[in-house]
Design a protein. Structure first.
Ligand code: NAI
Ligand code: MG
Length: 500
């Protein structure tokens, strides 16, 4: 194993976990990769290797899928009462909550985000997701149906688990994405093979230990670490998988659809975005400035729903751009474990290069930098300063493509008719989210209807709740995460008709 370097701020339990010999979780056992290979995990604040994890490949995927298949086909999970399933999920939530500090620290170390943010957002939201879905396990029911064919029939529907589910997740909220995926699939009675993101495998491996402790039967949840091509691709293509749920890039989302075609497994996708934040002239300006800044800078802009296109009415454009630029300039960049950290590094060297490349391309195409810019001033780590671009035009790459970093394009609008600004807001291949900033109630509702996206926030942005369905129109995806809606991703409907 390579020499490992750990931040001295890391506490005892986290240091013990991070430096242990990591194993994947397959069929209720902790295992190395079949090949014995492993790959490095980096601290994005320094670029140093902090540990290694097993590198799953096709053979490991096979073993995990067979374990999930057996657990689904033979029980006991699928024969357990919904109440018992719900209690097991709730127990996992309790265990996770008991280890909140440790998870916040692991998340900060592995992903780069401020520990303080992981403590109040990532971990509690994950706990809440498991609790919310534990409640749904006893509330999944069909309907009785009055048939037009006549009164001689008794007809009803059964809602049954879809089967073995492959779940592939990204690195921006490693633990929370695992919770969004696992919790509803478990509530529905499915069995799962979860592949963690290669950049951030640690919180998912720690979660696997708690899943074991919570008492899920072997094979119900299997957790793999590995790369997209080596592990993700064979999982998405596997003949014994009934459904694949993916969160990540639109590009890979399209590959997942192709991979799923072999056995026509069901597919849901939560993909990229280029979400508009629209500030009208009557908005409460200070609130809109703080809110639209946080819309793009939260989680370093590494949110699929980041408010990356900021449309501001021309009357208040200068004031809002100045305000957001001030907020950007005041954000303190530091390693996530530094108590003063307000924004950490991006997750990886690859993302760092990508985001800096976008800022440079914007400038080359004629955009002006109102705050931030391509130079971070750090001599190591993947830090990018919060950046505000003006003087863009609708055909520039920075306006059209998902940057996935702390970079916002501010654009003035003067449209007298609502249709004009809606047209600009909807001028994108994506349709994940939008926010509207105004004191005019009627206007807020009209814009909410006119936006082609799965989420609209009014006078707020990035509000998530286990009860709120989340997902995309257009190329932002298929299906919804969370809320009652997500259950559709993991259930089949059976119609039973009885001739009386
Ligand atoms: P990605 O889409 O390549 O990775 C996401 C997950 O898919 C990871 O677990 C990865 O191992 C897996 N994967 C990659 N290739 C695969 C394949 N051929 N078959 C099956 N699984 C595969 O995203 P990446 O490379 O980490 O980030 C690239 C861009 O994607 C970002 O800059 C951002 O624009 C977008 N992205 C969007 C996210 C979202 O929440 N919608 C999250 C992460 C990235
Ligand atoms: Mg990729």
């Amino acid at each position: 194993m390579a020499t490992l370097t750990l931040d001295p701020r890391v506490s005892g339990p986290t240091a013990d976990f991070v430096s242990q010999r990591h194993q994947m979780y397959v069929d209720g056992r902790f295992v190395m990769a079949a090949s014995g290979s492993s790959f490095p995990v980096y601290n994005p604040a320094t670029g140093e290797v902090i540990t290694e994890v097993p590198e799953a490949e096709e053979e490991d995927v096979n073993r995990a899928v067979l374990a999930a298949r057996h657990a689904f086909d033979e029980g006991p999970w699928t024969r357990m009462s919904p109440s018992e399933r719900g209690r097991t999920i709730w127990k996992l939530a309790d265990l996770l909550e008991q280890h909140l500090e440790e998870f916040a620290e692991i998340e900060s170390l592995d992903n780069g985000k401020p520990r303080a943010v992981a403590r109040v957002a990532d971990v509690p939201l994950a706990v809440d997701m498991f609790r919310y879905m534990a409640g749904w396990s006893t509330k999944i029911s069909g309907k009785t149906l009055p048939l037009s064919a006549g009164r001689d029939f008794h007809a009803y529907t059964l809602r049954e688990p879809i089967g073995v589910v492959a779940q592939i997740i990204p690195w921006n909220f490693p633990l929370l994405m695992a919770a969004w995926k696992l919790a509803p699939a478990l509530a529905c009675g499915c069995t799962i093979v979860l592949k963690l993101a290669e950049q951030t495998p640690l919180s998912g491996l720690r979660l696997a230990q708690l899943i074991d402790e919570a008492g899920f039967p072997p094979g119900v949840v299997n957790v793999l670490t590995g790369y997209g091509e080596g592990a993700g691709a064979p999982l998405a293509a596997h003949e014994l998988v009934d459904k694949v749920a993916f969160t990540g890039s639109t590009e890979v989302g399209k590959l997942i659809v192709k991979a799923a075609a072999g056995n026509l497994k069901k597919v849901t996708l939560e993909l990229g975005g280029k979400s508009p934040a629209i500030v009208f002239a009557d908005a409460e300006i200070d609130h809109a400035i703080q809110g639209t800044a946080s819309a793009i800078f939260f989680n370093h802009g590494q949110c699929c729903c980041a408010g990356s296109r900021l449309y501001v009415h021309e009357k208040i454009f200068d004031q809002v751009v100045e305000g957001v630029s001030h907020v950007a300039g005041d954000i303190r960049l530091a390693p996530g474990l530094d108590p003063s950290c307000q924004m950490g590094p991006l997750v990886s060297d690859e993302q760092y290069r990508k985001v800096v490349g976008y800022i440079e391309s914007g400038v080359q195409e004629g955009a002006k930098i109102a705050a931030g810019g391509p130079v971070s001033g750090f001599d190591r780590g993947y830090f990018v300063r919060p950046t505000v671009l003006t003087n863009t035009n609708p055909s520039m790459k920075v306006v059209r493509e998902e940057i996935f970093g702390p970079v916002v394009c501010a654009v003035p609008f003067s449209d007298a008719e609502l249709e004009g600004i809606l047209k600009r807001a909807n001028d994108t291949a994506y349709g994940l989210a939008a926010s509207v900033w105004t004191r005019n109630l009627s206007l807020a509702h009209k814009v909410s209807r006119g936006i082609r996206a799965g989420t609209v926030w009014v006078n707020c942005h990035n509000v998530f709740d286990a009860s709120l369905p989340f997902g995309g129109y257009k190329q932002s995806g298929w299906g919804r995460e969370m809320g009652e809606e997500v259950l559709n991703n993991y259930l089949e409907t059976k119609a039973v008709t009885v001739a009386l």
